[in-house]
Design a protein around this ligand. Structure first.
Ligand SMILES: [Zn+2]
Length: 296
């Protein structure tokens, strides 16, 4: 479907990383509260959310579609595998082709026996220090699935690092980087690194907005202003990557509305243009998903 309105590019409707992280806060499964917050997002113009939760992360497509029905927000589902130690056991014995087949099936036939098809490959991730062998295998499988289906790819970088190494994998295999998002790069706070990724041709995702305990939003704002000054706004995407119950309003967290009620206000007060915000939320996701037509 043609994307109408604003799109958040990196969220998790339901996610469960609680076992590996040994923290029940990392099970986000508060459907009613999510619905309540998404209704507020709808009122602000959000019409699409990319859910980058994939196999092994607690993805639940029937849960996702009930949230979508209750809120009117179109949710784009993902296929793929995250990073160590969240990879299913079979990743270690399967070859790249076999892993790719799983992704291709979810893209062409549907996820978990439903007719809900994956529209994005990701978030495929790397560890902090290196891209491990198993993670490389997933990246190569994603490349195979992308080449066969044309489905775009989105990545996870740990603390924003190793984005250029991820790009190397894609470049070596002649992937069009217009179809690749490098995720979480805002967390580095390093504008020259981010500009290098843009220069290589990929999208950079400012998808941890509001996570001030990792990086103060004032630094995100400074970096965005620099990107705007260089006329490179068409390579940027936004999201908040809410993954924990404690991020939600009902638990006293900032909630999704923070983006509109706080961050965008601050951003424009600091001189960033509303036009650029619109472009990032509306035009860039459409272009990334290969939609050039204008909605009315
Ligand atoms: Zn991530």
């Amino acid at each position: 479907m043609l994307l109408d309105g604003y799109t958040l590019m990196h969220e998790h409707i339901r996610i469960d990383l609680s076992k590996q992280k040994n923290n029940t806060d990392c099970l986000l499964d508060c459907k009613d509260e999510t619905v309540a917050e998404f209704k507020k997002l709808y009122a602000k113009g959000i019409r699409n959310i990319t859910d980058v939760t994939n196999i092994g992360m607690g993805r639940d497509v029937s849960y996702i579609s009930s949230v979508s029905r209750a809120t009117g927000i179109n949710i784009l589902c993902a296929t793929g595998f995250y990073k160590e130690p969240f990879l299913p056991d079979y990743i270690y014995s399967y070859n790249e082709k076999q892993i790719a087949e799983i992704m291709i099936k979810e893209i062409t036939e549907g996820i978990d026996g439903t007719d809900i098809k994956a529209q994005i490959i990701g978030e495929i991730g790397s560890s902090k220090e290196c891209i491990t062998d198993a993670e490389k295998k997933v990246f190569n499988a994603a490349v195979i699935a992308h080449k066969e289906t044309g489905t775009p790819i989105t990545t996870h970088t740990t603390l924003g690092l190793l984005g250029l190494e991820q790009i190397e994998i894609f470049k070596k295999q002649d992937i069009d980087l217009n179809k690749v998002i490098i995720g979480h790069v805002d967390l580095t706070g390093d504008i020259s690194y981010i500009l290098k990724i843009i220069d290589a041709g990929a999208y950079v995702e400012f998808d941890t907005i509001g996570k001030n305990n990792y990086l103060n939003d004032s630094i995100r704002i400074d970096m965005l202003k620099e990107i705007e000054k260089r006329h490179l706004i068409d390579r940027v995407l936004f999201s908040m990557d809410i993954t924990r119950k404690s991020n939600m309003e009902y638990k006293g967290g900032i909630g999704y509305s923070y983006l509109f009620d706080s961050f965008f206000n601050e951003l424009t007060e600091q001189g960033f243009s509303q036009t650029s915000i619109e472009k990032i939320l509306k035009d860039n996701p459409r272009t990334y998903y290969g939609q050039t037509g204008k909605n009315t």
